[in-house]
Write a protein that binds this ligand. Structure first.
Ligand SMILES: O=C1O[C@H]([C@@H](O)CO)C(O)=C1O
Length: 557
């Protein structure tokens, strides 16, 4: 007798600051239950996850977002401060209870201020339901959670970004693989002509690399997710090709690559076959793309058993493609197509919103704005204020659907001034929405940066990427046949990206650049749909701002 009953998986977590040495230098990180990164959650599709999260920080609130989980029917568990819930105060506990409905590689992270940059993250892996099969075979698996790390505290970073004159955070000191990097030494020092010392690690240090132990002639699934604050990354395994099979919890048409780009907020699964000389070990390298790299590669080793793991590879680590070789990045992104049989997008849209991304100034402060509105989150979370009709909670005017037709995206703005805002795009329930993300020149001439945009509560189809300003002639380039479903998609410098989704999940949802300092500087919008259909929101999610005042008063409902 087979039992297909889904389980509820219970966890008790405490979030706290602790001393840790992610890259061999001790600093303060945000940990969960004494671990950095936080514990890996493993569940099966259809399971319910129940996490009692206690805030053990001394002076600040906290929330956790379950990145890639759509929160169907539980929008209050999305973990976005000021959007889906009130921040959990020090000493308080909040219950995150939600269903993981779709197998895939996911992660979780803080979503208040820049707490993700402070190290509040971990992996969430959903296996196929009992009795179901993945559409590919593998003998074993690994999980790589990639991040970037600064020695300056996140508090200093936040204040710098919000100061006039502006203080940029600069490039990360280290890249971390599963929370481990090496700052003052390199595993591959012998191959560089620099002055970096060879790391002398025993293997039990917090910064010692996690070695991938494999057997010859097997196929391994490597799950890769990026929760970087800033860096776009490229991953390669020396001498080995990878076959991409999953992106953001959706199956893709398998394709082979020698290296892959991964942007903050994205996840992938690749298959790697151990068909190389088993008497050797091989580098796994992670390097910076899209910004001038000033950060050494993150490294670990693929170790063929029974070869000793301490035997270093005899050749240098793979060379990361040039940071500004965008053709290489575009070629990778354009290969990602939905696996045959995946859900197809509706043939047409009900509403198309153009979102122009610009870097701006507001009274001398440096900001990012969308259609000239830089997002400042309100004190009352949108989910509650919309549901209870508390009109004073945020600007009731809809934010702009478009930008001036004569805006030159190839040049710095003629007038870089912008305004703050907190309005919401109210979407008709079950309507099909197109988003054209339009990149532009930043404040400085000839500069346009990569921005990975992440949507909460939904997956979208990526209909295409293009150069310059989106125009009518681009319409026929859109892929309606087999576009991939994702929750994160990049806009390339001076380019556009077209997305389509169905607004079928009652709730209030963030849509934002996943670069942490950019979100801090206002680079996001909020969508809401069908909020009147949302069930009973837990009181703990409402205990602040105007909803707090309302429900602290004794009322009859
Ligand atoms: O938002 C940003 O600010 C800096 C730079 O534009 C100004 O210092 C940078 O590289 C960003 O991505």
């Amino acid at each position: 007798q087979l039992s297909f009953a889904a389980k509820t998986r219970h966890f008790k977590w405490a979030v706290e600051y602790m001393f840790w040495a992610p890259d061999c230098q001790e600093h303060v990180v945000m940990g969960i239950n004494g671990q950095f990164p936080g514990p890996t959650i493993r569940a099966k599709a259809g399971d319910t996850i129940a996490i009692e999260l206690t805030n053990k920080l001394h002076t600040e609130g906290v929330v956790i977002h379950w990145h890639g989980i759509r929160q169907l029917g539980t929008p209050w568990a999305d973990g976005t401060a000021s959007i889906s819930q009130c921040a959990i105060n020090p000493g308080e506990t909040f219950l995150y209870r939600f269903k993981v409905d779709k197998a895939g590689t996911y992660f979780y992270h803080g979503h208040l201020g820049m707490q993700r940059s402070a190290g509040l993250y971990g992996s969430l892996i959903v296996d196929v339901a009992e009795g179901e099969k993945e559409p590919f075979h593998y003998d074993g698996e690994f999980n790589l959670l990639l991040s970037d790390w600064w020695h300056e505290s996140v508090h200093e970073q936040e204040v710098g970004l919000s100061s006039n004159p502006f203080r940029w955070i600069g490039e990360p000191q280290s890249l971390l693989i599963n929370g481990r990097g090496q700052y003052n030494c390199s595993l591959a020092a012998q191959f560089s002509n620099g002055t970096t010392e060879q790391c002398k690690l025993r293997g039990n240090e917090q910064c010692a690399p996690q070695i991938l132990h494999v057997l010859p002639n097997k196929t391994y699934r490597i799950r890769i997710a990026s929760t970087t604050a800033l860096a776009s990354l490229n991953l390669a395994v020396a001498n080995h090709k990878m076959v991409v099979v999953e992106a953001d919890g959706n199956y893709v048409q398998p394709f082979e690559v020698e290296d892959m780009d991964i942007y903050s907020g994205e996840s992938y699964s690749v298959l790697l076959t151990t068909n190389q000389d088993p008497s050797k070990n091989y580098w796994v390298s992670v390097g910076v793309r899209g910004r001038k790299p000033q950060t050494p590669q993150g490294l670990t080793i693929l170790n063929y058993r029974p070869t000793s793991a301490s035997k270093l590879p005899l050749t240098p680590p793979p060379v990361t493609p040039r940071w500004d070789d965008y053709n290489h990045s575009k070629s990778f992104s354009n290969k990602i197509l939905a696996l045959m049989g995946s859900p197809k997008p509706p043939r047409s849209f009900d509403r198309r919103i153009f979102l122009l991304n610009t870097q701006n100034r507001i009274s001398g402060f440096t900001k990012w704005a969308i259609n000239n509105v830089s997002l400042v989150l309100p004190a009352t979370p949108y989910l509650g204020s919309i549901k209870f009709g508390l009109k004073g909670a945020f600007d009731q005017n809809s934010p702009p659907e478009n930008f001036p037709g004569d805006y030159d995206v190839m040049k710095p703005a003629l007038n870089p001034n912008s305004t703050h805002g907190n309005g919401v795009y109210l979407l008709g329930l079950n309507t099909t929405v197109d988003i054209i993300l339009q990149n532009a020149n930043a404040l400085a001439a000839d500069v346009s940066e990569i921005h990975p945009w992440h949507l909460h509560g939904h997956d979208f189809w990526v209909l295409g990427y293009g150069e310059g300003k989106f125009s009518e002639k681009d319409e026929k380039k859109l892929n309606l046949k087999n576009p991939p479903l994702r929750n994160t998609a990049v806009i390339f410098p001076f380019g556009w990206t077209a997305l389509r989704f169905v607004a079928d999940n009652p709730g209030a949802w963030a849509f934002h650049c996943h670069i942490e300092p950019h979100l801090h500087m206002g680079m996001g919008v909020v969508f809401a749909e069908g909020v009147h259909r949302v069930g009973r929101i837990p009181n703990e999610a409402l205990a602040c701002g105007l909803t707090g005042k309302r429900f602290l008063k004794p009322t009859k409902n």
